[in-house]
Design a protein around this ligand. Structure first.
Ligand SMILES: [Ca+2]
Length: 219
């Protein structure tokens, strides 16, 4: 009886480890990274239009893997330039953080979507942020990433965020940006194997504008 229970517990523990590993075999730090409960548990959203979806048709699936993905619907007349989903974790110094997510754009002609890291101080002020390449237009699920980001000295938290940025007023067609299979892992700085390829600051389209506030809208 005890042996059977022990085996069952060991099996559950093993399954837990398998499910919480990233594609590169490192420990996945995120919960609900693939939205398979059909809900946003573990995530915070800001801005309108967020839902989970299991829809698929001949043009593609709202999930990259499994059944569900996260979708942001942008409607004609929407005013919000920035929307996002975010998961916040404590930072460990001496570690380098790498993250990725699969993003699909469907009729995403009026905006772009990307992965973002924000390093926050103890009062949740943004100290530094990095963004991946952006996905826009009509683009099948594409993986974007930020590699080996080092927390600034006094950072206490890391917010990993899926961002939707409207670069112009949304038209009649509507825009859909889809996210699935987030990954976040950390390695000790001593065993870093690749360089940081995240871009700092705003998107190229945005650099011409004066500094603006939306990236500090963490709920
Ligand atoms: Ca999924």
């Amino acid at each position: 009886m005890r042996t059977g229970l022990a085996i069952r517990i060991a099996t559950c523990a093993l399954i837990g480890v398998v499910l919480s590993s990233t594609a590169r075999g490192q420990t996945q730090l995120l919960s609900n990274a693939g939205f398979e409960a059909g809900a946003f548990g573990g995530w915070e959203t800001f801005g309108p239009g967020w839902r989970t979806s299991s829809y698929s048709n001949e043009t593609g699936s709202d999930a990259h893997s499994g059944t569900f993905g996260a979708v942001d619907d942008v409607k004609e007349g929407d005013k919000d330039e920035w929307r996002g989903i975010s998961q916040v974790l404590p930072v460990k110094h001496g570690m380098l953080y790498s993250g990725s997510v699969w993003i699909r754009a469907f009729k995403g002609q009026d905006g772009e979507a990307m992965l973002e890291f924000q390093f926050l101080d103890k009062d949740k002020n943004v100290m530094e942020f990095k963004q991946s390449e952006a996905v826009s237009g009509d683009q099948a699920y594409t993986q974007v990433e930020i590699k080996n980001a080092e927390p600034p000295k006094h950072a206490e938290l890391l917010a990993i965020r899926g961002i939707v940025h409207m670069t112009k007023q949304p038209g009649k067609e509507g825009n859909y940006f889809l996210f699935d299979d987030f990954e976040l892992s950390a390695v000790s700085k001593g065993i870093k194997s690749d360089t940081d390829n995240g871009r700092k600051g705003h998107t190229p389209a945005d650099r011409a504008k004066p500094h603006h506030q939306p990236l500090t809208t963490t709920p």
